[in-house]
Design a protein around this ligand. Structure first.
Ligand code: 6PG
Length: 254
């Protein structure tokens, strides 16, 4: 696996989750304003996990709440678990409870992965069809999201792209079914690496001492994309920003 063009990467450290979440909220509001000025929808891929929860809350409260044209915001998911939408493991459920319900997001603006389908490949294909229809894509084209939010697991996975798993090597599909390498051990559906790397802006939010060693390998170690999926996320024509809390950043040399 190779990366064609090295990208400019911004790594920013914060005292804690509250601080990086405020920064992420500021970036979200600024990008939403750019889309609005350009009279385009603001397209966002959300992440699951615990890292974005404070960000989602901040977005629903003043001043962010009043600063975004929410009718113009369209929410997709970087990945979801193959579970029902009200399951405790559902990333959609997390977003619905913490973001969509407080904001009264119109259903037409929520593009969820139908994780409850028994055939996970069919769930991935339906999600691809939704992406193609929304972004008006031909076969072989990838959408350019305005913002893709990502967390990172201690093993270096992001979305549901796990180390050494086939989903990580997918080059042509927009979304695929994926087997987890880490708990919770439920099958997943994930956006693929080419979509993540086609984004206009990718924002990682990574807290916690248990991720410090992997953060240091990704940001300061040699390339090893198959072992460190998050290291292979390098948008070819977009920005890449890593927001770290001080625990996650503690082994960085620079
Ligand atoms: C998921 C995620 C996943 C997550 C990381 C980090 O559905 O599991 O999208 O990629 O972002 O595992 O999770 P935490 O934020 O909980 O550490």
């Amino acid at each position: 696996m190779t990366i064609e063009n090295p990208v400019l990467r911004d790594v920013v450290r914060f005292e804690n989750k509250d601080a990086y979440s405020r920064d992420a909220a500021h970036r979200f509001v600024a990008l939403a304003a750019q889309s609005r000025s350009a009279q385009r929808p603001f397209t966002v891929a959300l992440t699951g996990g615990s890292s974005p929860t404070t960000l989602y809350r901040l977005l629903t409260e003043p001043p962010c709440r009043g600063a975004v044209d929410w009718d113009g915001a369209h929410f997709f998911f970087g990945d979801d678990r193959a579970v029902a939408p009200d399951d405790e493991n559902s990333n959609y459920r997390l977003a619905r409870e913490t973001l969509f319900a407080p904001l009264n997001t119109p259903e037409a603006n929520i593009h969820r992965i139908v994780g409850e389908l028994p055939d996970h490949d069919e769930a991935a294909r339906r999600y691809e069809a939704e992406l193609k229809a929304f972004f008006g894509l031909e076969d072989g084209q990838f959408p350019r999201f305005d913002l893709i939010l990502l967390g990172m697991g201690p093993d270096g996975h992001c979305a549901s792209l796990f180390p050494h798993k086939p989903a990580l090597r997918e080059q042509t599909r927009l979304a695929v079914a994926s087997e987890p390498g880490l708990a919770p051990f439920v099958p997943r559906i994930t956006l693929t690496r080419p979509i993540l790397n086609a984004a206009a802006n990718v924002l990682f939010m990574v807290p916690g001492a248990d991720k410090a060693e992997t953060v240091a390998r990704i940001l300061e170690g040699p390339p090893d994309f198959d072992a460190l999926p998050s290291q292979s996320i390098q948008p070819t024509q977009g920005t890449l920003t890593w927001l770290l809390d001080k625990d996650a950043a503690r082994l960085l040399k620079v």
